[in-house]
Design a protein around this ligand. Structure first.
Ligand code: ATP
Length: 208
């Protein structure tokens, strides 16, 4: 099975492209979804959270007090990193479990949709990687419309992420999502055609 990583920046159109892939009945492993499910999938994460952050973040039924923990770590990069260090290994484990499930039912191709694919080195385990890219002005405009944030808030969020220009260097393919959806779909189809024709043999090709 060919494994393809799909990533982007905030509002670059990763979910839009991921939905186009799902419409083609190609299996997609959704890292965002897994990160929301990871606490219930792996109850041991709660023990680790309790050990690091304290009992006050666990309620009487043994569930995480998400909002309280969220508020506590909100302003501290260090605390956020601590929580990430607990959760990321489980999220990665579950990503690879799901890849293996698709492999075991003889799927030919599987996409891993992950906003932090590169930051967490998941891209190194893939046969190919695709970046959904937009130019910054369009990115800001689309996020303003989608999230009803102001430009300063969006700039903060974009600046807190790995730069799209740096992500470009790590991938084999770039989808330019700055134009209309048909243009994006055309690029996606060309890439998928090339990847499946190559049969998963990535000879170190990078494209931009
Ligand atoms: P995030 O990681 O922040 O969730 P994302 O990369 O998944 O974002 P999308 O939600 O797919 O991005 O797209 C951001 C917004 O831009 C959405 O409102 C989407 O409908 C819109 N959008 C995406 N692609 C296009 C396009 N080619 N033309 C016009 N609007 C688009």
């Amino acid at each position: 099975m060919i494994k393809v990583g799909l990533t982007g920046g905030i509002g670059s159109g990763k979910s839009t492209v991921s939905n186009m892939i799902i419409e083609k009945n190609i299996p997609v492993v959704d890292a965002d979804l897994i990160s929301r499910e990871v606490l219930s999938l792996y109850p041991e994460t709660l023990h680790e959270i309790k050990a690091i952050f304290g009992e006050e973040f666990i309620d009487n039924e043994g569930n995480l007090k998400r909002r309280e923990l969220g508020n506590y770590i909100f302003k501290s990069d260090e605390l956020r990193k601590k929580l990430e260090n607990i959760l990321i290994p489980y999220i990665k484990k579950e990503i690879f479990n799901r890849i293996e499930k698709y492999n075991s039912v003889k799927e030919k191709l599987c996409i891993v949709d992950a906003p932090t694919l590169i930051e967490h080195s998941i891209h190194r385990e893939m046969d190919y990687n695709i970046l959904v890219w937009v130019d910054r002005d369009i990115q800001i405009k689309r996020v303003i419309e989608r999230d009803k944030l102001d430009e300063a808030q969006i700039n903060n969020r974009i600046n807190s992420q790995m730069r799209l220009e740096d992500k470009r260097k790590e991938v084999n393919y770039i989808i330019d999502n700055s134009r209309d959806l048909n243009y994006t779909k055309g690029q996606l189809e060309d890439i998928l055609r090339e990847i499946t024709l190559n049969g998963g043999k990535n000879e170190g090709r990078k494209k931009d």
